[in-house]
Design a protein around this ligand. Structure first.
Ligand SMILES: NC(=O)c1ccc[n+]([C@@H]2O[C@H](COP(=O)([O-])OP(=O)(O)OC[C@H]3O[C@@H](n4cnc5c(N)ncnc54)[C@H](OP(=O)(O)O)[C@@H]3O)[C@@H](O)[C@H]2O)c1
Length: 371
């Protein structure tokens, strides 16, 4: 029997890679629902290509009704915190949920994991690093795991000085050396906020404490992450920089699908190098550990301030270094409170967004006064 599948955010970079995988394995999937936010033309085109039964444009239509129908798997590939409510519904109504959309996990990791346990839903990580760990993490022998090592490409500014980064343009920030991705995650990779969000994502997905999560810069993006065991063995997952591989890994899990993605040719790999991340030029990494220590409200604030700051950068209102300046300012001034449910999280998230906008106005006014 083909698996029934929903793809939320089908018009995005992850969504389109998933469409490639489904087109290459048409007998394995029956597409129930595909969604986009505003891009109706593309949504309809894709729906036709993969014979989707239903389409929903979330900028106009209500998605919740369409998500009540039970399916085998839902791929959450919406960008940002906007994907939280659909992810919670998908967990309730799908046998498995494949998570690319990391921001809801960062902000509401506890609630997402609790809901998955309650409904017996399997969570499958799509992010290449977490998918790599998923493939080599022995859940039955967690006591024998020393640490997980998240690899990071270092992004387009890995070797740039702070003076150069201060003048970075939107185009430069979007030009990732190894991966082709949506705008928000590309900017997050340039600030290394993406890796910072992934530290928190890994903490929740693998139920592993912050002091057992390490980040290692690996500019070639061939080793997608590793697990070190207590006997010193290190298990790594490798592959080309192509999201169709982790997507193929999860869509028909535990079976493996043939993927239309690039395959790694070791004869063309001249170098596998590693270096420590620079916490001064990329302060997001240290902030992620600070957030895990402070608790959930700090994680919500971290993500919300970043989403507002990245939008402002992409709109040309603030400079590149102002992104982490804003996130750092918000983190320094937050009230740590306990968040008991999704409504609490939304309320807190909205307040932080408002505070971030106020701070960004201050930054832009400062720039006007100086010039
Ligand atoms: N791209 C990657 O290689 C990659 C790798 C690992 C993890 N991820 C994660 O996967 C998620 C998606 O990334 P992406 O690069 O595929 O993003 P993207 O290319 O920007 O696509 C985002 C998708 O979400 C939809 N969307 C945007 N705003 C929405 C809203 N407010 N409500 C509902 N839907 C909305 C978009 O619809 P429209 O087209 O109509 O705007 C589009 O379908 C992110 O959380 C990212 O961190 C991505």
């Amino acid at each position: 029997m083909p698996k029934t599948i929903n793809i939320l955010g089908v018009t995005g970079s992850i969504g389109q890679s998933a469409v490639d995988v489904i087109e290459a394995n048409p007998e394995r999937f029956s597409v129930n629902l595909v969604t986009a936010h505003t891009n109706e033309k593309q949504l309809n085109k894709i729906a036709k290509r993969i014979n989707a039964k239903k389409t929903v444009l979330t900028g106009r239509d209500n998605l919740s009704e369409a998500l009540q129908e039970s399916v085998d798997i839902t791929l959450c590939a919406i960008a940002g915190m906007a994907g939280l409510s659909s992810m919670m519904l998908a967990i309730k109504h799908s046998k498995a949920v494949a998570i690319a959309n990391k921001e809801p996990l960062v902000a509401a990791g506890e609630q997402v994991i609790r809901a998955a346990n309650k409904y017996g839903t399997k969570l499958l990580p799509v992010d290449s690093e977490h998918n790599a760990i998923f493939q080599v993490f022995d859940c039955d022998r967690r006591a024998e795991i020393n640490k997980i090592i998240l690899t990071a490409s270092g992004g387009p500014f890995r070797k740039w000085s702070l003076e150069q980064m201060e003048k970075a343009t939107i185009e430069q920030a979007l030009a990732h050396p190894n991966w082709s991705m949506g705008a928000k995650i590309s900017v997050d990779s340039a600030t290394m906020m993406n890796k910072a969000l992934e530290i928190i994502e890994a903490h929740y997905l693998f139920n592993i404490p912050a002091n057992q999560i390490e980040v290692l810069v690996h500019p070639q993006s061939i080793i997608h992450s590793m697990v070190e065991y207590i006997d010193g063995s290190v298990l790594a997952q490798m592959g080309a920089s192509d999201m169709r591989t982790p997507i193929s890994n999860v869509l028909d899990w535990p079976d493996r699908l043939s993927t239309p993605g690039y395959k790694l040719d070791f004869k063309t790999v001249n170098d596998l190098s590693f270096e420590q991340a620079d916490n001064i030029r990329f302060p997001a990494l240290g902030m992620a550990y600070e957030c895990l220590e402070k608790g959930q409200s700090a994680c919500v604030a971290f993500n919300a301030a970043n989403e507002i700051a990245v939008d402002s950068f992409l709109e040309g209102c603030i400079g590149f270094l102002d992104i982490m300046d804003c996130v750092g300012h918000i983190l320094k001034n937050i009230n740590i409170i306990s968040l008991n449910n999704i409504d609490d999280i939304y309320e807190y998230d909205n307040n932080i967004r408002a505070e971030s906008r106020v701070y960004i106005n201050e930054i832009t006014n400062r720039v006007v006064l100086v010039s």
